[in-house]
Structures are given as structure tokens and as C-alpha cells.
Design a protein around this ligand. Structure first.
Ligand SMILES: C[S@@+](CC[C@H](N)C(=O)[O-])C[C@H]1O[C@@H](n2cnc3c(N)ncnc32)[C@H](O)[C@@H]1O
Length: 235
């Protein structure tokens, strides 16, 4: 996402009641920040925030935390918050690598990854937000049974991600290679990137994966098989 770097972005973000300057101080206490014990849903790489602000408006009984590494991008997100404010949205500018510094085990109930940067070069594999290392981090902050929803236009990243999820403690429950012609479209909230790619006719891929307590990876090749069967069906 290319936006001109704004050296005063953090100062401007601090003017917003939704921006959390010191997210580390809420580790294990996010319910105190929100003033309730409602479920917490995280989006990593929120970008300009169309998705998470729409969800926060639609679902007042869910608390949302938008995580984005570039403060300049978050200035666009903040502008989408209605004038009367959104008490169920927290906006944080950190790298996802630091997730464990701001959440304790089981503090979050769901996680969204939307149109994550594909990092196509092999030497950058560890920067992909669905790389095994990141899935391990997500596992450390999510409750058992929580889901990760991942959407992307990038087929290479999607295939890579399916493999990473299959080799993790998450079980892939739903897969589509063409969201706009699938049952998963029901209740879908589009992101900025999604609108752009969908309008160009690019198929959108989506998977939903659930965190299991003790997944026996080696004896569970069924999920990948299911994804491949779905692919043949979709094609
Ligand atoms: C391609 S954009 C997609 C934005 C938005 N989710 C959408 O679908 O329109 C990816 C966003 O993820 C952010 N991002 C990439 N890696 C990140 C990381 N490790 N931690 C936090 N944000 C990250 C980027 O700065 C960028 O804003």
C-alpha cells in the first residue's frame, strides 16, 4: 500500500479516541479497555480500514482491534469512524510480529487476514502473514475453537497458505477459489483491495480455519484433499 510517508502521522492518530498508543499496557486487560467482556476480533493488516470499521458498526457486541504497521495508512482508517465514535474499535500501529506483546493466550476470539501482502520471492516467505511462524503466533493469542478468515486475490499466496494451515494446529473448514460464486459470500464484507480486484474480474479466494486443541497433522490429510477436490469442482 503506497501512501506518502507523513512524519506527523502518529501525532495525528493520537487525536483519535480510537487510537491506542500503548497497546502493550492492555495485554491481558483488553476487556478493561473496552469496558466489557464481549468477544475480541482482530484484523491484521487493516490498511485503510473499510472492512473493520464496517464490522464494528454492524456488530456493536463484538470488540474489534485493527492492527496495521504503517501509521500513515491508519490515518485513512480513522477518517472512516463515524462522528459519534465507535466504542468497540481499537486501532493499533504495530507489526504483527509483536502480537504476543499485546495479547495473552486465549484473549482473542477471531482473526481476519485480508489481502495480505503476497511477498512472492522465496527469500521473503517469513514475511507472509500466513507463514507457519505467524500461524504459531496467532495460536498463542486465540482461544481454542477460534477461527481465522483469510481472503486474497493472489492464487500463489492462497495455495501456500492452505499448505501452511494444513501443517498447523488449525483445521481448514471452508475453502473457495471463487468467493463471489460460493456460499461463503453470505454476509461478506468487502475490503478496499477486494472491491478493486473483484471489479477487475479477479476471482477472490477465501478460507476459514479453526484452532483445534490437538490436531493430529500427520493423520489428517483429508483437509488438503478436501481443498483440492473443491478446486477441481470450482474449475
Ligand atoms: C495489501 S494491503 C491490504 C489492506 C486491506 N486489508 C484490504 O484488504 O484492503 C496489506 C496491509 O497489511 C499491512 N501489513 C503487512 N504486513 C504487516 C505486518 N507484519 N503487521 C501489520 N500490518 C502489516 C500493510 O501495511 C498493508 O496496509
Amino acid at each position: 500500500m503506497r501512501l506518502r510517508n507523513d512524519p506527523h502521522a502518529c501525532e495525528r492518530l493520537e487525536l483519535s479516541g480510537n487510537f491506542v498508543q500503548d497497546p502493550q499496557s492492555y495485554k491481558g486487560r483488553w476487556h478493561e479497555y473496552f469496558g466489557n467482556r464481549n468477544p475480541i476480533h482482530i484484523e491484521i493488516g487493516s490498511g485503510k480500514g473499510k472492512f473493520i470499521t464496517a464490522l464494528a458498526i454492524k456488530n456493536p457486541h463484538i470488540n474489534y482491534i485493527a492492527i496495521e504497521k504503517f501509521p500513515t495508512v491508519l490515518l485513512k482508517l480513522i477518517r472512516k469512524i463515524p462522528e459519534q465514535g465507535l466504542s468497540n474499535l481499537a486501532v493499533i500501529s504495530i507489526d504483527a510480529e509483536l502480537l504476543e506483546e499485546i495479547f495473552t493466550k486465549g484473549e482473542a476470539d477471531a482473526l481476519y487476514l485480508n489481502f495480505s501482502d503476497p511477498w512472492p520471492k522465496k527469500r521473503h516467505v517469513k514475511r507472509r502473514l500466513t507463514w507457519a511462524g505467524f500461524l504459531g503466533l496467532y495460536e498463542k493469542v486465540l482461544k481454542e475453537g477460534s477461527v481465522i478468515e483469510f481472503k486474497t486475490d493472489n492464487r500463489g499466496l492462497f495455495d501456500f497458505s492452505l499448505e501452511e494451515f494444513e501443517n498447523s494446529n488449525f483445521t481448514v473448514k471452508h475453502v473457495t477459489y471463487d468467493l463471489y460464486n460460493s456460499d461463503l459470500l453470505l454476509g461478506n464484507v468487502a475490503t478496499e483491495y477486494e472491491e478493486k480486484f473483484h471489479s477487475l474480474g479477479t476471482p477472490i479466494n477465501k478460507l476459514v480455519a479453526q484452532l483445534e486443541s490437538k490436531k493430529n497433522i500427520s493423520s489428517n490429510p483429508e483437509n488438503l484433499k478436501m481443498a483440492k477436490e473443491q478446486l477441481n469442482h470450482d474449475l
